[in-house]
Write a protein that binds this ligand. Structure first.
Ligand code: NI
Length: 142
């Protein structure tokens, strides 16, 4: 059984490589490389997998899941600059893909401690763009 919790945050970022000049950054990253930053209202879906506990009827208490996500992810990201202020994104290009990987790494351990397995981090950046990350194991098989 899989259950999902949705959380939201707003954050600023810029896609760029410091070893490329502005022209190359603009060519590869387009408007997202704007040196003056821009923001997104991100929507995050965290899906965990486990069996239903006979005593509670839950796979995992969604309040506990929400608490983990808020403490480990939302408080670090909400109204922040992803490039400059977020510890787990340090030295990482602030793409939606890398952000999903960073979020996975932040919450995987605490979720496992609850006796369930993190299945998917789905991160929606815009109405039209989102990524889904199923962990390093599945990525290695691709
Ligand atoms: Ni962007």
């Amino acid at each position: 059984m899989r259950i999902t919790r949705r959380e939201r945050f707003s954050a600023a970022h810029r896609l760029f490589r410091s070893d490329w000049d502005d022209e190359k950054n603009l060519e590869v990253f387009g408007k997202c490389s704007n040196p003056r930053w821009h923001g997104h209202n991100y929507v995050l879906y965290v899906t965990v997998e486990g069996s239903v506990n006979v005593d509670t009827g839950f796979v995992m208490n969604l309040k506990s899941l929400s608490h983990i996500i808020k403490e480990r992810v939302i408080e670090k990201l909400d109204h922040k600059n992803i490039n400059l202020e977020v510890d787990f994104m340090k030295d990482r290009l602030a793409s939606t893909e890398n952000l999903a990987i960073g979020i996975w790494e932040e919450i995987e351990g605490p979720i496992a401690e609850q006796g369930v397995r993190l299945h998917c981090v789905r991160l929606i950046e815009t109405e039209n763009n989102f990524v889904e990350y199923f962990g390093p194991q599945r990525d290695a098989d691709l």
